[in-house]
Each structure stands twice: as C-alpha cells, then as structure tokens.
Design a protein around this ligand. Structure first.
Ligand code: GLC
Length: 426
C-alpha cells in the first residue's frame, strides 16, 4: 500500500463500521431523497422541521449497539441533501437546536461513540436543497428543478462559502474527527467547482489525520483521482463504492491496492423507510463483510433510525447476531486483508500476516476439504478458529489420487453454517 494511504491504517484494520442516516426525512419515512423525489417545496417540507421531536433518541444506546455488533467506527449524517443540520451551526437557522429537540445531536453522537472507544465520522452533503444559493431550476436533483420560479440568480460562491464555513465548524468545534464523508459530485459539480483544494487544505490544517472519502472528486460512475498515480489533494483517502461489491477489490493505475469501503444498508433504504422491510439476514451480512475483507475492503452498514430516535427491532436483532459472530470470529476479519490466493469454491480466504482464515460456507461431501493455492509444505498448523481444536491434513488413501492438492480432514459433524479454519503458514 502506498505511503499516501498511511493514515488509513486504523480504518483498514477496523473493517466494519456503522452508517447512520437520520434527519427530518425520517418523519415522512420514505427515505432521505423524499424531498427531491416528490418535488416537495420548502414550505411544505417545513412541517417536518416543526414536528421533529426525537424523544427516544439515546446516542449511548446507539453507540452500545454499534459496539456490540462489532463495529469499530460510525458515520452520522451531520447534514444530508435536504440541508437540515444535526449540529448547532452558526451559519443557519435550519438546524436541530431550533427544533423541539434543542440539543446538538452531532455532539451527543460524538461523545457517546467516542466513549465506547469507536472512531467517529461525519457525513456532510455537498448538495443542499434548502440553501438559497444552491442551484435549483434545471439541476438534475433539486426538488424545484422543474419550477421556473427557481430560475433566479443564485450565487454559487456564496453557497461554497457557507459549505466551507460549516465544514470548518465540524472540524474545529467538535474535537478529533477521524473521518469525513463528503457526498457527492455530479455533472460539472466536481473537484475545484467545489473549491475542493481550499476546503481540503483547511480540513487538513485542523485535522491532519482525518480520512476523507473520494466524492469531492468522484461521481457515482467513477472513483476519480484516487485510482490514479497522480491523485489530487481532494481525491480522498478511500474509495466508497455504493451498493456494489467491487468484483476484485480496487487497485490504482500502477496496480497498488486502494483502501475502500462498501456502503450498504440493512434493508434497501438509507433514511428510515416505513415501507421497506426487506432486511438482509445476519448470516448474509457476515458473508458480505468477509467478502469485502477478502478483497481488501471495509463494509459500512447503514441503519436508518426512526424519527423518534429508536432503532427498529429488526435492526437490533440483526446487529446482535452479527456481533455474536464477530465475538467468536472477529480475529478473521479485523486487521485482515486480501490473501491473494485463488478464491475457494466453498467460501473465502482472508489473511493476516502468516495466518490464512478459511471461511467455509459449503461443507464438502466427505471428510476432506480442499485448500486451494496452499502448499502442504507451507502449512505449520491448522485449527478450528472457534475452539482452537487441531485439524490435520488428510493423508489417507482418499486423497491419494490428488498428490498435488492440499486437503484438511474435518469430521462432517464439526461443520457449522460458517466454519472458520485458522491456517498458520511457516
Ligand atoms: C448517495 C445518496 C445518499 C446516501 C449515500 C450513501 O450518494 O445520495 O442519499 O447518503 O449515497 O452512500
């Protein structure tokens, strides 16, 4: 990994994080794009500002839930595309401290998650569907894109100053911020159109170790300069593929690994969507986390809390199961990486130094499991990760027809839904 990614060591070791999309849009409960999709006017959307009253918001409980799920960092939407701020910005009235709730949820989030020993990140939307200087008429996404009344002169520089000032508040008033998720570039609006160098230099001035995602530079259909040999100051410290697992991990143009984080949700929505009960089960999510690690990446898993601040029972139950798995098998995930070995037919390999972790999802027909790309001579020992019990190489007649392959011998009764072997190499 190139020196330009040195700061991201903790992030690459962490592997698993929590994304939290929460805001006014949690009230209509149709996802965070509702204002754009239904072309809702400011006036009409204002009723959510009046209503917002998260009496059950308990940041400590969120933090404990993330920690118990085995997550090592969390990213909260400080401002999403609708422009509503979960922090007490002095540059706008459109903020949580002016709602019934009155308190600064960003500060409460940061305090609670830091107290659990998690790294903390903030999501900040580059788009803003509330600010009077953000492009509206003819913008592809703005709720008023088709409304000629919004064809007025908008002073984009004034918006950029607003954005700069708000990001500055987030990186100066809230202690150490480990990560910032800036979202997103599109069409002409990318890179220096956001005054990106000035913004990033300011951020780095206050938070030299902060990690930035790549979307100041990147749009949905490309990862931007981070994938090249001449990354710019605003090209980011990690790429953030959305909803699609990179087929083979990510490498830059000179073939070097690039840190990345797949963002995906527990169901199909980011912000709370009352219609969406299509939750993935814990078993699948554990496998996806393992897949990301086996390709050198992270998984940030999104929760969309209710408007009142609660996490759904489905969310809690999935989180708990993932946490129970990681409690036993976390060693094969945290600090692990791409093994560069052939992908086994039964599952996946991850690697940490001299150890290969074999995640077996499909048990073989008999007592021999093939360990592709691993030479017998290179193996010092194999144990079941679950209990440390010894696993031997298969030397019986049954494997004799395949002298060039390596097989481990596992009693069929020992298999579980996910069986993990810890293979120590010499
Ligand atoms: C997209 C969406 C946004 C969501 C984000 C998460 O950029 O616009 O709603 O926050 O993806 O990755």
């Amino acid at each position: 990994m190139k020196a330009r990614f040195d700061n991201s060591k903790w992030f690459r070791d962490a592997r698993f994080g929590m994304f939290i999309h929460w805001g006014l849009y949690s009230i209509p409960a149709k996802g965070e794009w509702i204002k754009s999709i239904e072309k809702i006017s400011d006036k009409s959307y204002d009723r959510y500002f009046e209503q917002f009253d998260p009496t059950q918001f308990d940041p400590n409980f969120w933090a404990i839930t993330a920690k118990k799920a085995g997550m090592k960092y969390a990213v909260l939407t400080a401002k999403h595309h609708d422009g509503f701020c979960l922090f007490d910005s002095k540059y706008t009235d459109y903020k949580i401290t002016n709602t019934k709730y009155q308190k600064d949820a960003v500060r409460e989030f940061l305090d609670a998650f830091r107290a659990q020993g998690l790294k903390v990140g903030l999501y900040y939307s580059l788009l803003d569907w509330h600010h009077e200087d953000y492009p509206a008429f003819n913008d592809p996404y703005h709720p008023m894109r088709n409304n000629p009344e919004y064809n007025n002169q908008r002073n984009f520089d004034r918006y950029l100053e607003y954005m700069y000032n708000q990001v500055k508040e987030l990186v100066t008033d809230y202690g150490k911020i480990d990560l910032m998720w800036l979202d997103f570039s599109y069409d002409e609006l990318r890179g220096e159109k956001w005054n990106a160098s000035r913004l990033v230099n300011m951020i780095h001035g206050y938070q030299p170790k902060i990690l930035l995602n790549n979307r100041l530079d990147a749009a949905a259909d490309h990862f931007g300069g981070i994938m090249t040999d001449n990354a710019k100051v605003f090209s980011g410290d990690f790429a953030c593929p959305e909803l699609l697992m990179p087929p083979k991990g990510l490498k830059d143009t000179s073939g070097e690994a690039v840190p990345w984080e797949l963002c995906a949700s527990l169901n199909e929505s980011w912000g709370y969507n009352a219609q969406d009960n299509n939750y993935k089960d814990a078993d699948l999510l554990v496998k996806k986390l393992t897949e990301a690690v086996s390709k050198g990446g992270n998984l940030i898993l999104n929760v969309g809390p209710y408007a009142n601040g609660r996490l759904s029972n489905q969310t809690l139950s999935i989180m708990e199961k993932i946490g129970q798995w990681l409690e036993i098998y976390g060693e094969s995930i945290y600090g692990c990486n791409d093994s560069n070995l052939e992908k086994p037919e039964w599952g996946r390999y991850t690697q940490k130094g001299n150890y290969i972790y074999a995640h077996i999802y499909e048990r073989p027909i008999g007592p021999c499991v093939l360990l592709p790309s691993i030479d017998k001579k290179d193996i010092e020992s194999i144990v079941m990760l679950k209990d440390g019990s010894e696993i031997k190489l298969m030397t019986e007649w049954i494997a004799a027809n395949y002298p060039d392959y390596t097989f481990a011998e596992i009693a069929p009764s020992k298999y579980q839904d996910i069986t993990v072997l810890k293979i120590k190499l010499k």
